[in-house]
Ligand binder design. Structure first.
Ligand code: PHE
Ligand code: ZN
Length: 863
């Protein structure tokens, strides 16, 4: 058995891209799962397309046999090193046959073929993106090698469900082994290995049908544990909605006879778009009113749509190499955001997407993990499934779409699908297709190349005599280490002018700032207006305009764009809370504007009203602080402002709470809005110590018609340490003990509690239901706890956090590395916290060995 040495962490560069020397026509796989291992036989028909060795990748696989054109290779005819199997003198056309042995039962990394679950409740699933296929067998595992796959899966009959990509060709019993059976699947579409999937499990299935606009009858199946199958209806409906939406909005229909979704409880990410056989984290597919909050249920629909949309943007047109990850992810996130915007208030959708972008992507871009949307080098590609690639990637596509306008954008995407269907392409190819109606589009390439969030600054001057308003805008982007000096980017700035007296819009234009500084003028403006900028967040930039507080308060009440009403509240709050960072503001203006807005907005658009009461999280506020960040001070200030809002609006809470009575469950935008606002009002009332608020919480919990109400009440009781909070926590646990996803909520509400301490975290980590092998459970404690910076950034808090990373470094390096990235802004801390954090990170460096964690740690420490 040849030994595969671990590869030295090597950096891979975009500029080194080379065509693979061989492509693969067809692959026949035979995967046999046994009690303590699996064997994989493969047969690859390959052809030379460029000079060079034939290279296959393999990790944690034992080679048993290797044959070329039916002849076994002698050990001199191939070599194995650094996770590669190389055949130097391969003929131009060949059939390669391999047998390997793997160990899915002990695969805790959740990449390749792994066993999920415990005891009698186990299943086998695969995760191949980005480089998991090489943990199944030796293969030219890169996205630009496309092949036709036929897969035979064989397992014990304890696993009645045997699935793989494509169409079912045959199934039956294994003649020599009466307790075993098999199924053969054939996928008629060419695909890269990262889209391969197979499953052996004991699952129930929810079935439905969809007829495409091209007349194809598609069988839809959602597979889940029998106790979860009643929670698959929301996802199934979302799938059908997404299929119809893509036909209408992009002219794209589904191309196979079957679409399968499989729910698995142990999964590193949200879900995976394998061709015709999506694999989903249970958290992203299961939904029922009793067990799932509205926010999570909405997320289920969005993820279902996201994976479905990948069938065209990702699967049929895929990435040439992993540097192009944003090609499929940015575009697909943009598509799922647009889909979601059609399912609810588009302003609220935009608010939520921008809130996520600001809280996570802007933070990433401001620290040592900053990288371009299309990175130029990496050690471990798993470290680049980031909010920059996904969410900033989506913002770039949004700018392209807005710049082109809907008709030309559609012409461009039609051209993209026409030109590149069946190919593995690049970001340049995407821009070139989109630019058929407008060649300026290609200037946006720098958005993909340049890291850092641009700061858009501006001021205005009004000339009464000529009745002109001039707006001067400029842009600055910080120079990120290791990259070229930043260039000015094309920044679309959606702008409207509001007349101060009437509140009417007197000018509206999309300004395109594409230089370092530019001036724009508006004529026939009869008095100095209030300027609203970056409407609907027309570009992913920070905004610094010379507003008076009163201008922002004016916009809060007069903007017609719901997103911008939220944006100005956020600007006001940031000004108040970041006074030490050069801003200043009078909270009274903000409080008065809120008081004025809330009563009518609460009845007109409850969801938007709930959002306007948002105060950025402590982590988000911290991302604006570059030196001497004191978590205790920020927490105090944040809570102080929250209390001020709660107290100054205190007379409104009782009225509002009464206007929002508990109702029987309904899944409409309006009902969701009322539930969201009721939870905010409840928390405000408890903060303001409104008489009776604790009883409201208990009654809301006891009489809840759905999880949004019940969990909202529980969370408020825990955070405000209401007398019976522990009793309610216990009730919640007992009620939902059998439901892992709800127990995740139970863990997270405690780990993220306002008064959490490290003893509590240790208790949760040693609780009988805590499970290191289930990423959802790990995150329910660890990521929740990281939302409390005053506890995280203490010596004991960090010790716990880095111990978790050390522990996961070996068992699940993808998860470990993602958790580590949360610590990126350690260097902004005030002393002695900074020094303490530095020491702990340095000592972690000596205790970890995965290239995932080492690369992230290296970047984090480079700050
Ligand atoms: N490609 C998946 C998605 O965005 C995400 C994913 C990446 C899942 C890597 C698993 C592993 O839809
Ligand atoms: Zn995706």
């Amino acid at each position: 058995m040849p030994d595969v040495p671990p590869h030295a962490p090597r950096k891979i560069h975009l500029t080194d891209y080379q065509l693979p020397s061989f492509d693969v026509d067809t692959v026949d796989l035979d995967i046999k799962i046994f009690d303590d291992h699996a064997t994989v036989d493969s047969r690859l028909v390959m052809n030379r397309q460029a000079a060079g060795d034939l290279v296959l990748y393999g990790e944690d696989v034992e080679l048993v046999t290797i044959m070329v054109d039916g002849e076994p290779l002698s050990s001199e005819q191939y070599s194995q090193a650094d996770g590669k199997l190389t055949i130097s003198d391969a003929p131009n056309n060949l059939t390669l046959e391999l047998q390997v042995r793997i160990h899915p039962q002990t695969n805790t990394a959740l990449e390749g073929l792994y066993m999920a679950g415990t005891g009698s409740d186990t299943m086998f699933v695969t995760q191949c993106e980005p480089e998991g296929f090489r943990k199944i067998t030796f293969y030219p595992d890169r996205p630009d090698v496309l092949a036709i796959f036929t897969t035979r899966v064989e397992a014990n009959k304890r696993y009645p469900t045997l699935l793989a990509n494509g169409n079912l060709v045959e199934q039956g019993d294994v003649v020599e082994a009466p307790d075993r059976h098999y199924a053969i699947w054939h996928d008629p579409t060419n695909k890269p290995s990262y889209l391969f999937a197979c499953v052996a499990a004991d699952l129930d299935v929810l079935t439905d049908h969809y007829t495409t606009s091209e007349g194809r009858e598609v069988l839809l199946e959602v597979y889940a544990k029998s106790s979860d199958i009643d929670k698959c209806h929301v996802g199934m409906q979302a799938l059908k909605d997404a299929m119809a939406w893509d036909e209408v909005n992009y002219g794209r229909a589904y191309d196979l006879d079957r679409y399968m979704i499989v729910a698995v409880s142990q999964f590193n990410m949200g879900a995976m778009e394998n061709k015709g056989l999506n694999i989903f984290n249970t958290a992203c597919v299961l939904s029922s009113p009793e067990t799932t909050t509205d926010a999570r249920s909405f997320n289920v629909k969005a993820v279902i749509a996201h994976e479905y949309f990948h069938n065209w943007t990702g699967n049929r047109i895929t990435c040439r190499d992993w540097f192009q990850l944003c090609l499929k992810e940015g575009f697909t996130v943009y598509r799922d955001q647009s889909f979601s915007a059609d399912q609810q208030s588009s302003a609220v959708q935009r608010i939520d997407d921008v809130a996520t972008l600001r809280a996570h992507q802007f933070t990433e871009d401001a620290g040592p993990l900053a990288h371009p949307v299309r990175p130029e080098s990496f050690v471990e590609i798993n470290n680049f499934y980031t909010t920059t690639v996904y969410e900033k990637g989506a913002e770039i596509v949004r700018m392209l779409a807005n710049t082109l306008g809907s008709d030309n954008f559609r012409k461009g995407t039609d051209e993209y699908f026409r030109r590149y269907d069946g190919q593995a392409v690049t970001v340049e190819d995407f821009l070139s297709a989109l630019s058929i109606t407008d060649d300026k589009i290609e200037n946006f390439i720098d958005w993909y190349r340049q890291p850092g969030t641009p700061m858009l600054s501006g001021h205005q001057a009004y000339d009464r005599e000529t009745q002109t308003l001039t707006i001067t805008l400029s842009q600055q982007t910080r120079h990120v280490n290791g990259f070229e000096a930043p260039k000015p980017l094309p920044i679309p700035v959606a702008t409207a002018l509001f007349d101060k007296a009437s509140g009417d819009i007197v000018g509206e234009r999309m300004l395109l700032l594409d230089q370092a500084e530019q001036t724009f003028s508006f004529d026939n403006i009869t008095s100095e207006p209030v300027v609203s900028l970056l409407r609907d967040f027309s570009a992913p930039v920070q905004l610094n305009y010379d507003y008076q507080d009163e201008d922002l308060a004016f916009l809060l009440t007069h903007e017609t764009n719901g997103f911008n009403r939220w944006q100005v509240t956020q600007m006001l709050v940031n000004r108040i809370l970041l006074q030490g960072q050069g801003t200043k503001s009078n909270p009274e203006v903000y409080l008065q504007a809120l008081a004025q807005t809330l009563p009518t907005l609460a009845t007109d658009d409850a969801m938007l009203a709930a959002r306007l009461l948002d105060i950025p999280s402590a982590q988000e506020l911290a991302s604006a602080i570059h030196k001497d960040y004191d978590p205790v001070l920020i927490k105090e200030q944040r809570e102080g402002l929250y209390r001020q809002v709660a107290e100054s609006l205190s007379p409104q809470w009782t009225t509002l709470y009464e206007q929002l009575p508990l109702q029987s469950y309904e899944d409409s935008s309006e009902a969701r809005g009322m539930r969201a606002l009721r939870n905010v009002v409840l928390d405000m009332a408890l903060t303001a110590k409104v008489t009776g608020a604790a009883e409201w919480a208990q009654q809301q919990y006891d009489n809840a018609s759905c999880m949004t109400e019940r969990f909202g009440a529980l969370k408020a009781m825990v955070n405000h340490q209401v007398a019976n909070a522990d009793k309610y926590l216990a009730d919640f646990y007992n009620r939902f003990q059998a439901d892992d996803l709800v127990i995740d909520l139970w863990f997270s509400v405690q780990a993220a509690a306002d008064n959490v301490n490290t003893d509590k975290i240790n208790d949760l980590l040693t609780h009988a239901d805590f499970d290191w092998n289930t990423p959802n459970r790990v995150r329910s404690v660890i990521s929740a706890f990281a939302s409390q910076p005053t506890v995280l950034w203490t010596s004991e808090g960090l010790r716990i956090y880095t111990d978790v990373i050390q522990r996961l470094d070996e068992s699940n390096p993808v998860l470990a590395s993602r958790l580590l990235q949360v610590l990126a802004r350690w260097y902004t801390l005030v002393e002695p916290r900074r020094q303490m954090a530095h020491e702990q990170l340095i000592s972690l460096q000596k205790k970890v060995s995965s290239k995932h964690v080492l690369e992230s740690l290296d970047s984090v420490l480079s700050a």
